[in-house]
Design a protein around this ligand. Structure first.
Ligand SMILES: *[C@@H]1O[C@H](CO)[C@@H](O)[C@H](O)[C@H]1NC(C)=O
Ligand SMILES: *[C@@H]1O[C@H](CO)[C@@H](O)[C@H](O)[C@H]1NC(C)=O
Length: 256
């Protein structure tokens, strides 16, 4: 199954401020589409594997009917390639109408009805990594509100097509904007992965204050050697990474 948070979970008791949204007090577990399904949008020829509402409903059925939910796997997370190439007339993101004909709010309802939570994907930048509309600094408030209106429970905020300066503004700004919606939305920041994953470029104290979860390292590929490469990186850097983690703030380890 998709993402699990494994290694860097032991909290040490130094006073570190944590993003105060009450979420992810224990390491989050669930399923994310990217590792297996990538940006397959060919629903005509590959209806079972394409990024569509049917895929996420299917996964919600699996987590809720096959015992995963009881083990704690409650997040169903959409990754890239869910959006329409165009924002709507009000400048809001919208789902691809062919692949998500019922819309994200309807999907959120389906997932909530099964005792699960819905995660969605955005990108701090002009475009997502897959070339879909990104969230520039000007769009942050609108997009946070859209996700809240849709009753989304988690946001993965990627970092393609932005520079270090924009990321330095955008990641904290999205944290504030999510808070301002009044809906508790877990916030997963890909920021460190775009800055090499380590201090001094990455400030883990700050990350713990603004994000619930963060990406340190590159994408997982569909192979055991990829898992091992990631495990090695965390092993080699554990003295830096471990103190940053604790209730409400974790490293996403085997996460896309
Ligand atoms: C917003 O932040 C305040 C102060 O940190 C916190 O008390 C509140 O629970 C947060 N609300 C949400 C929805 O995250
Ligand atoms: C890292 O972030 C913390 C909290 O925001 C801040 O107090 C500290 O000065 C930052 N450290 C560096 C080296 O910028």
């Amino acid at each position: 199954m998709g993402f699990a948070v494994a290694f860097c979970v032991l909290a040490i008791t130094v006073p570190i401020f944590t993003l105060d949204n009450g979420l992810m007090r224990t390491p989050p577990m669930g399923w994310l589409a990217w590792e297996r399904y990538r940006c397959d949008i060919d629903c005509q020829n590959d209806p079972k594997n394409c990024i569509s509402e049917a895929l996420f409903r299917d996964m919600a059925d699996r987590l809720s009917e096959d015992g995963w939910r009881e083990l704690g796997y409650v997040y169903i997370n959409i990754d890239d390639c869910w959006a329409s190439m165009d924002r709507d007339a009000n400048g809001r993101l919208q789902a691809d109408p062919k692949r998500f004909p019922s819309g994200i709010p309807h999907l959120a309802q389906y997932i909530h009805d099964r005792g699960l939570k819905l995660g969605i994907y955005g990108d701090m930048g002009t475009h997502t990594c897959g070339g879909y509309p990104g969230t520039t600094l000007d769009d942050i408030t609108t997009d946070a509100q859209t996700f809240a209106d849709w009753e989304v429970d988690m946001l993965k905020f990627d970092g393609c097509y932005s520079n270090a300066k924009e990321q330095e503004k955008g990641y904290p700004a999205m944290s504030k904007a999510l808070n301002a919606t009044g809906r508790p939305i877990a916030y997963s920041c890909s920021w460190p992965a775009y800055q090499g994953g380590l201090p001094p470029k990455v400030n883990y104290t700050q990350l713990g204050e603004i994000c619930n979860l963060w990406r340190n390292y590159g994408d997982i590929q569909d192979s055991w050697s990829s898992v091992l490469t990631i495990a090695d990186w965390f092993f080699n850097n554990q003295d830096i990474l471990q103190p940053a983690a604790g209730p409400g703030r974790y490293s996403a380890v085997v996460f896309d």
